[in-house]
Ligand binder design. Structure first.
Ligand code: FE2
Length: 248
């Protein structure tokens, strides 16, 4: 894989992505708006640059974004025996090369951008997702491939474009074993031929009841919003939109 292209555009973040200075309605400001203002005043009075504090304006004057929280990888990242049997690892998880049937379940388009905290897109980033099939079975080993839906890919990869955009066709995730619906995500860069993982996490869908899920509850309440995709439902599919902010 080539070294990622240097992001060129300074794009506004999506409306789904909370900014430091724009807490979503009904949620406490992650930085505490009054506290943030007080810190700005103190800095202004001290003569120190505002950039000295994380979470305030970036170098361009654009408000800094907050990092997407990490979540556990879980036990179902594909094993070698999975990769040995599955050569189709593309961004369309609803169709497996060589399989006559498509995946069972509700189709979902999952898309968004990989961004730096200054709002610039990260081009050339590897984005991987994995999730269970419509029956709650993860496809992660040769044995699980025999048990799961043969029409579902279970795992997919894509590379972000120059603006950091990614897009997958997959299933609307289903609950299983005490977990609410979620999709596992990894973001990585390749530098000098070596893979560097930037983030491992899980994304959830707005509208689902997440209150009983022990994994997302492990994230501080003020950060959970950053793990929830906006959702639009059409007759044909669910469209989930989610931006990922990584430290690069
Ligand atoms: Fe999971």
């Amino acid at each position: 894989m080539n070294r990622p292209a240097r992001p060129r555009l300074l794009m506004p973040s999506s409306a789904s992505l909370p900014r430091v200075d724009a807490a979503p309605p009904g949620h406490a400001h992650p930085d505490g708006s009054a506290e943030s203002g007080r810190r700005r005043l103190i800095l202004a009075a001290s003569g120190l640059p505002l950039l000295a504090l994380p979470g305030l304006a970036g170098a361009s004057g654009t408000p800094a974004l907050q990092l997407t929280p990490r979540q556990t990888e879980g036990p179902f990242y594909p094993q070698q025996s999975f990769f040995a049997q599955r050569s189709d690892l593309d961004a369309d998880l609803l169709q497996v090369a060589g399989s006559r049937s498509g995946a069972r379940g509700t189709p979902m388009a999952l898309s968004g951008r990989v961004l730096r905290v200054d709002g610039m897109g990260v081009g050339g980033a590897l984005v991987e997702i994995w999730q269970c099939d419509a029956s709650g079975t993860y496809l992660y080993s040769s044995e699980s491939l025999r048990q799961g839906d043969p029409g579902f890919q279970g795992f997919g990869r894509t590379i972000t474009d120059a603006q950091g955009r990614y897009a997958f066709r997959t299933l609307r995730p289903v609950p299983y074993g005490g977990r609410v619906p979620h999709v596992h995500v990894k973001v990585a860069l390749t530098e000098r031929g070596a893979r560097r993982d930037l983030l491992t996490t899980q994304v959830y869908l707005r509208g689902d009841d997440l209150s009983g899920d022990f994994v997302i509850r492990s994230v501080p309440a003020a950060q959970r919003e950053r793990l929830i995709a906006t959702v639009q439902t059409t007759p044909a599919e669910v469209r989930a939109s989610w931006d990922i902010v990584v430290a690069v």
